[in-house]
Design a binder for this molecule. Sequence first.
Ligand SMILES: [Mg+2]
Length: 215
Amino acid sequence: MTEPAVDLDLLTRWVREFARVIGENAGYLSDLDAAIGDADHGINMQRGMTAVVAALDESPPADMTALCKQVGMTLVKSVGGASGPLYGTFFLRMAAAMGSGDSVDAAGFAKALRAGVEGVVQRGRAEAGDKTMFDALAPALDALDAVLAAGSGLDAALTEATVSAETGRDATESMVARKGRASYLGQRSVGHIDPGATSAAMLIAAAATAFAAGG
Ligand SMILES: [Mg+2]
């Protein structure tokens, strides 16, 4: 049995699902940011993903690379604060890693995600334990690779990746923030889940949802 490939249709469903989840949780994400930042993460991400969906509706991209590029550029243009450049970089790096074919297999998709996360790391200079989106994304990608390497399909791998992303998100609660505005709080940042790690876990969960529905 051949595993369904990742194609433009699936990527589009992922992005739309992420926009839906962000819209649903915008208030929650801004509440998290209110505790250790400036209370705008939810509203920023919602503005960005609303613009992303509008761009998809207005000018549907012709291929996977164009889709990732359009999403990345739209986020960079429309989202203020740190999250626009970080999420924008994620999708722009994915675009560069996607290749020119009509589809990629599970390993190719995992590779593109990894390229996106590496872009985030370079841009944000975050390391594991800094209480950032990286603390959700890094364990998610490790789980994705491990499950794929063990021979399971992308559905199962993304389900495991989501569990790991959410575990990583929850682990940020006890961390001292070392990046961004939250780092000004020092020790007082402990006891709060990082909003960026929370939206990043939503990004992975949205992929699992989209691929489970569309495979
Ligand atoms: Mg903020």
